[in-house]
Design a protein around this ligand. Structure first.
Ligand code: SF4
Ligand code: F3S
Ligand code: ZN
Length: 103
């Protein structure tokens, strides 16, 4: 599962689609965590898609990640500022790849 303390245990190494990427990153096999308020561990996500289907405010968008061992697309929290903290995505992800900091 995603480390809920990622913001203490990892470093900001990049930005993508307006959000932070938390390392380590070593493409294409290691992609890190995307987002801060809505954080997706790209190295755990296996492209189940439930988060995209269920998010009521369409926070997530698919991004292509060719060559990653778990899946070749990931749910990117492209619109994390729209999140209403309903926690549905956290509940439905089968591999606990998502952390939402609801404060
Ligand atoms: Fe969307 Fe709710 Fe997840 Fe926020 S907590 S990203 S609103 S499903
Ligand atoms: Fe990935 Fe979990 Fe969404 S596996 S696509 S973050 S439901
Ligand atoms: Zn991203």
């Amino acid at each position: 599962a995603i480390d809920p303390q990622f913001h203490e245990n990892r470093d900001q190494v990049d930005e993508h689609n307006g959000h932070v990427v938390w390392g380590p990153v070593d493409e294409p096999e290691e992609l890190g965590i995307h987002g801060t308020h809505v954080a997706v561990d790209f190295d755990i996500c296996l492209a189940d898609g439930a988060c995209l289907e269920d998010c009521p405010v369409d926070v997530f968008e698919w991004v292509e990640t060719p060559g990653h061992p778990e899946s070749e697309e990931k749910a990117d929290p492209a619109n994390e500022t729209q999140c209403i903290d309903c926690m549905l995505c956290v509940d439905v992800c089968p591999v606990d790849a998502i952390d939402v900091d609801a404060g």
